[in-house]
Design a protein around this ligand. Structure first.
Ligand SMILES: Nc1nc2c(ncn2[C@@H]2O[C@H](COP(=O)(O)OP(=O)(O)OP(=O)(O)O)[C@@H](O)[C@H]2O)c(=O)[nH]1
Ligand SMILES: [Mg+2]
Length: 495
């Protein structure tokens, strides 16, 4: 089964139906010992899976080698990707481990030395490995880009550290069981937490000291205000947070931990507002077996091209057939840059070889190609800078008109606004121009791994009224995932 990152985000964000009283009760947090036991169990399970996968891979390789030397015309087993082989092999092993009956009921096959085996036996064994240890359905990446080398990132070393325990706890708090924890999700959560490390350290301890003292006095309000403003939360969101906290703390005296839990719920509700009151749909995944078009917009250097590379990687891994349109024809190197990302993620790029060509024409060609190839997700890279702001907005509007004209109503078109989170409030001013000119479906916050303060996510939602759809926390191909308000708030505030 292909893991769909887009669906994961939607499921994780599905709101529980809570009564008004329940809503004020902070989300359940496991006791520290429980959390540690859970993390250890998840770690042990992942470790076993890794060891089993390594053993299966070794066996697979030796059988393949053996087959080559024994039978000259038998081709070596072609691994679709190291990850696919490891995952499927580990699934195979963990399945048989978790179901001991299969082992006891099946008669153990007679094992004979290699030199006694016939070529037919070797082939039969090879066939058995093919049918069990290799993913049966072909990876869409290969189907669409047979000639390209796809970049696979091997899972990093498995270490039971603070970041692992924290990530496991965040997953457990969302109802995940030990056996549902994947190393990929742990790795991403660790990266997200690391990106927000500095902001969190500044926020948590000081907030705890202030909010655990009953109703907020003038000094406390000022302190919280300055903490939030320094974290890039912006004036509007800061005022809202303080008002919410004040109202609650006037009602009842909460110990620091509970006050922080209440604050987290407040922040989650704010990040959720575009869905609960703003009319945006929470789910943001490309529809399968249909063409979906996502256009990236944003000022130059925001991270549009990089985001396209990362999204195609996530989408391809999640089983979608993708295509990229290189519609930034203004900057000479832009087409080359997007082509490099296409190669890295194993996705074709449609471009026009001429200089300064019409981006709308590239988009037109790309849609035709997407329609004839059965593409499910077409990503459009656009320019971030033109002669002036008006030209840029006119060009985006023209590209959008071409898309609307060329495709029918059944094609879902989304425009994403890519925003460099290190720019803080300045970036927000630029974003406003885009959100006024184009129908934006959501924001991609990039560069959360650098000097960004993280609070910008709340400012975006509050000031622009737009939902955050993805976050980027690094320049690597794996460094972007669909946004989860719950996980983001935990990474921003939890100790
Ligand atoms: N650290 C970090 N760097 C990033 C991230 N996303 C993008 N970058 C870097 O930001 C720079 C600009 O990214 P691009 O993707 O070229 O930005 P763009 O919006 O396409 O820019 P134009 O094509 O000029 O409009 C590159 O050096 C990227 O590697 C991120 O999440 N973290
Ligand atoms: Mg670009």
């Amino acid at each position: 089964m292909t893991f769909n990152w887009f669906d994961r985000a939607a499921q994780a964000e599905e709101p529980a139906i809570l009564s008004p009283e329940e809503k004020t009760i902070p989300a359940a947090t496991p006791a520290p010992e429980e959390a540690l036991t859970f993390a250890k169990a998840a770690y042990e399970r992942l470790k076993q899976k890794q060891q089993a996968a390594a053993a299966a891979k070794l066996a697979l390789e030796s059988v393949a080698e053996e087959a080559v030397s024994d039978a000259g015309d038998v081709k070596p087993v072609e691994l679709e990707s190291p990850i696919a082989a490891i995952e499927s092999a580990s699934e195979l092993i963990s399945e048989s481990v978790s179901d001991p009956e299969i082992i006891t009921e099946t008669e153990a096959p007679e094992i004979r030395p290699l030199w006694m085996q016939t070529q037919a036996e070797t082939e039969a064994r090879l066939e058995e490995f093919r049918s069990t240890a290799i993913v049966a359905e072909p990876e869409p990446i290969i189907a669409t880009t047979a000639t390209k080398t796809v970049e696979y990132v091997l899972p990093p070393d498995l270490i039971l550290d603070d970041g692992f325990s924290w990530s496991a706890e965040v997953l457990a708090s969302q109802g995940r069981r030990v056996e549902d924890i994947s190393l990929e999700e742990i790795t991403w959560l660790k990266r997200l937490r690391q990106g927000l490390d500095k902001t969190r350290r500044n926020l948590v301890n000081q907030l705890k000291a202030i909010v655990g003292q009953g109703p907020l006095n003038e000094d406390a309000v000022e302190e919280i205000e300055s903490l939030l403003l320094q974290a890039d939360v912006g004036v509007a969101a800061t005022d809202k947070i303080i008002a919410g906290l004040q109202a609650k703390l006037r009602q009842e005296v909460l110990p620091p931990d509970q006050a922080i839990s209440f604050l987290k719920q407040l922040l989650r509700d704010m990040l959720d507002a575009p869905y609960t009151t703003g009319g945006y749909k929470r789910a943001f995944s490309p529809e399968k077996d249909k063409l979906n078009i996502w256009m990236m917009t944003g000022v130059n250097g925001a991270g549009k091209t990089t985001t396209i590379g990362k999204i195609t990687h996530v989408a391809s891994k999640s089983g979608y057939k993708c295509l990229i349109a290189a519609a930034d024809t203004f900057r000479a190197a832009a087409v080359e840059q997007v082509k490099v990302w296409g190669e890295r993620s194993g996705v074709d790029v449609i471009s026009n070889p001429g200089q300064n060509t019409d981006p709308a024409a590239v988009v037109f060609d790309a849609i035709s190609a997407a329609q004839s190839r059965g593409t499910e997700l077409l990503l459009i890279d656009t320019a971030g800078r033109l002669q002036n702001k008006k030209n840029l907005m006119d060009e985006l509007a023209k590209v959008r008109r071409i898309i609307d004209k060329k495709v029918g109503d059944d094609v879902r078109i989304e425009t994403l606004l890519v925003l460099d989170s290190t720019l803080g409030q300045n970036g927000l001013q630029q974003a406003k121009v885009f959100s006024e000119a184009a129908q934006i479906s959501g924001v991609v916050l990039t560069k959360l791994d650098g000097t960004a303060k993280g609070g910008i996510a709340l400012a975006v939602v509050e000031q622009l009224g737009l939902p955050i759809r993805f976050i980027g926390a690094g320049e690597g191909i794996e460094d972007l995932r669909p946004f989860s308000g719950y996980e983001f708030v935990e990474a921003l505030i939890s100790g």
